[in-house]
Design a protein around this ligand. Structure first.
Ligand code: C2E
Ligand code: MG
Ligand code: MG
Length: 701
């Protein structure tokens, strides 16, 4: 009969093994190894069923210490206890093996009762400890796992008469952070956040990790304390060393119904959070009964949506898009409105999310595309200077196998071609099902459609998406420009994303532009198009027609800005040393220059210095970021320019502009300064000029 636990006995003496087998076989299944190598093989193969190891220290092929060492590296030890067998009086090996992670030892000659007792103890300890550990704790952050959190909370709720609240937290743009700084930085942030949260908790208050970057926090209800703590957590999180402004949002459900399941409680906290999701400057939202009332209202909407299409209650508005340089209308977006006979005029925010959930969005979208195409057809006939009109495509449309036929059918009906419209696809479609969307978008592209990625940066944006999806235009989410314009961190990220997009050959549209300051900033960042209330709100067809007529109209919003010229300089055997803490900046430079130099990349000044020390004869040019951890660009230049022998190496500073940093860089010996975001053309030319000049004036021996 199969026993509950299996023991591995590793001993080279057959006699010893036989003794132990005889003693233990009644109670355990036994595996035997006669040397260390065999023991490791068995552990590797059957580790998951082995409950304990009895290990002799003096083994051939690989001794017991080595076995312990390998088990530690392979992380077997935390879960499989080892009992070492020693000869009487050999205290030294006993201490050594315990220090290497063994759980206990038994001395030869064996006392059968002691052997049985030790093994029994160690196995029951292991079973309870590891079981509890696995069930209780989230491996990464050490807070409670969902299951255990649920159990703990429901226990407290049942037995306590106090009032509690359930808080749910979200880190904005967490995916983007991982893309920019790596998975381990993301993990580090979660570990840090868990520590911060735990610091604020009292007894009977718990934190659990609910999926990727979300924590649920169960606390006594005290509104003032909760909000104060939320503020403190939001401040402390920004001490985490990453060059990105970290924003947290919290949903709170004050538990007024103790009969709900714990999951339903944090779901209510999630519903509350959804009300403020992505809204700048809003950090906390409470669950209120109007959220339930909203569900009732939604039901009413569902009841009348089909009639609404039939009775033409939906209207299509147009919001012009402007070219930033010339400020002329370069396109427009078709946005739906609902003019309901009883409820009045409704904005899409009130019904689109609902239609996306219940699938009616595909019907509505078909209607909007049809009305839009009809308008374009008539404008063409009437001689208007027509611009391409963007229509929104929801993710459900993309999963519809007939999607392409439907849209082609509508174009045909109105004698239009794919180039007459742009398709706006929202980024969440990608996160839901990357494979399918890539496939559909590729097909659309070959048919001549122009694809815009909508709301980029609003949710789970991933930079991966940019490289995988063959889009033409990137539409930045409003959140980017509606934040605090003086926040350098978010501006750096915005400018970085714009330059990355442009480097990938996409045009960039910024949405939600309301002030001249935002326009100035976007101009500096070389953004191509803008859409926003500052220029024009969404408007009915007739108004938009006048708008089109009044404006000069330039052609196509997807038209390329400029051609990228390949530099003409010869490939050398020299090294370009790139020092920048952002992986993606390093990648951009690397791919631009790898045809011309051997590329070496480092992410801080100290590493750059170390590399130069041994390799200065090879280095032909240094591309230096100013803001880096450990040693920044300025300090690097100070040290570097002290060495005479480095005189023939030019430094090109690549950084955000600002007169001060430009002047300071040159004073410290920079050869040139290129402002981020950079344009490929410019940077290739600059580097070419600098390197050519240095090759002439400082010929290598
Ligand atoms: P979207 O596609 O990102 O559209 C831009 C939204 O930003 C529009 O909201 C527009 O009115 C608003 N907006 C434009 N400029 C500014 C500004 O300067 N400040 C502010 N605060 N807002 C500005 P709208 O019309 O309420 O539409 C909301 C969302 O509903 C759209 O976001 C889109 O995702 C969806 N939507 C609208 N019409 C349709 C449609 O026909 N089909 C589908 N599938 N979705 C639609
Ligand atoms: Mg849109
Ligand atoms: Mg948008």
């Amino acid at each position: 009969m199969k026993k509950e636990n299996t023991i591995l006995i590793a001993d080279d003496s057959e006699l010893n093994r036989d003794f132990l087998v005889e003693l233990l076989k009644e109670q355990y299944d036994i595996l035997e190894a006669s040397d260390g190598k065999q023991a490791i093989e068995l552990l590797e193969d059957k580790g998951s069923i082995i409950s304990a190891v009895i290990l002799s220290i003096t083994l051939p092929a690989m001794d017991g210490y080595e076995v312990l060492q390998i088990m530690k590296q392979k992380r077997y030890l935390p879960s499989i206890p080892v009992i070492v067998t020693t000869t009487d009086g050999d205290e030294e090996s006993e201490i050594k093996s315990l220090s290497m992670g063994a759980s206990d030892f038994i001395r030869k000659p064996y006392n059968p009762v002691i052997v049985q007792k030790r093994i029994e103890n160690i196995i029951s300890l292991r079973n309870s400890a590891s079981l509890v550990y696995h069930l209780q704790k989230d491996r990464l952050t050490g807070v409670y796992s969902i299951e255990f959190f649920n159990e703990k909370v429901s226990g407290v709720i049942k037995s306590s008469s106090e009032k509690y609240a359930m808080v749910y937290s979200e880190i904005q743009n967490f995916q983007l952070l991982k893309d920019l700084y790596g998975e381990s930085t993301g993990d580090g942030l979660l570990v840090y956040m868990a520590k911060v949260i735990k610091y604020f908790l009292n007894d009977d208050e718990y934190c659990g990790r609910i999926g990727a970057e979300h924590f649920a926090i169960f606390v006594k209800f005290d509104k003032e304390r909760i909000e104060k703590t939320i503020n403190e957590i939001s401040t402390l999180i920004n001490d985490y060393p990453v060059k990105m402004n970290l924003t947290l949002q919290f949903g709170v459900y004050v538990i007024d119904n103790k009969n709900l399941s714990v999951q339903a409680m944090y779901n209510r906290a999630i519903l509350a959070l959804e009300k403020i999701k992505g809204q700048y400057g809003r950090h906390v939202a409470y669950f209120t009964n109007d959220i339930l009332e909203k569900q009732i209202r939604e039901q009413e909407i569902v009841n009348c949506m089909e009639d609404a299409i039939r009775e033409q209650q939906f209207q299509v508005y147009f919001q012009p898009k402007y070219a930033l340089n010339s400020e002329v209308v370069a396109g427009a977006e078709a946005l739906v409105r609902w003019n309901h006979p009883e409820k009045g005029f409704m904005n899409p925010g009130e019904f689109i999310p609902l239609f996306e959930r219940n699938g009616f969005i595909t019907e509505l979208d078909k209607y909007v595309w049809d009305v839009t195409c009809q308008c374009i057809e008539e404008w063409k006939e009437q001689g208007y200077p027509v611009v391409p009109i963007s229509v929104n495509v929801s993710r459900t449309d993309i999963y519809d196998p007939d999607f392409i036929d439907i849209i082609m059918g509508i174009l045909d009906k109105h004698h239009l071609v794919p180039q007459d419209i742009h398709l706006e696809i929202t980024e969440t479609a990608y996160t839901d099902n990357p494979k399918q969307i890539v496939e559909v978008v590729k097909k659309l592209k070959t048919m001549g459609f122009i694809i815009e990625m909508d709301d980029f940066g609003s949710g789970y944006s991933s930079l991966n998406m940019l490289s995988e999806l063959p889009i033409d235009i990137l539409k930045l989410d409003m959140g980017f420009v509606q934040g605090d314009l003086n926040n350098t961190n978010s501006n750096n990220i915005l400018s970085f994303i714009i330059s990355l997009a442009k480097w990938m050959g996409y045009n960039v549209v910024a949405e939600g532009i309301e002030t001249p300051e935002q326009i100035q900033m976007l101009r500096n960042m070389d953004c191509n198009f803008v859409q926003g209330y500052y220029y024009a709100k969404p408007m009915p067809r007739r108004e938009f027609e006048i708008h089109m007529l009044k404006n000069h109209v330039i052609g196509n919003a997807s038209g390329d800005d400029e051609e990228i010229i390949d530099g003409q300089f010869e490939k050398s055997n020299g090294v370009m040393l790139i020092a920048d803490d952002l992986l993606l900046n390093r990648r951009i430079l690397e791919s631009t220059f790898e045809k011309y130099f051997e590329i070496v990349t480092v992410d801080n000044g100290v590493e750059a210095m170390n590399y130069i020390k041994d390799n200065y004869e090879k280095v032909e040019v240094i591309m230096l970021d100013l803001v880096m951890p450990v040693m920044d660009g300025f300090t690097f230049m100070k040290q570097f320019r002290r060495e005479k022998k480095y005189d023939n190496i030019p430094i090109i500073v690549t950084s955000q502009g600002g007169e001060k940093s430009v002047a300071k860089s040159f004073a410290l010996g920079a050869t040139d300064f290129i402002e981020k975001p950079y344009n490929d053309n410019i940077i290739i030319h600059r580097v070419q000029n600098v390197v050519a000049a240095f090759r002439k004036s400082h010929p290598k021996k």
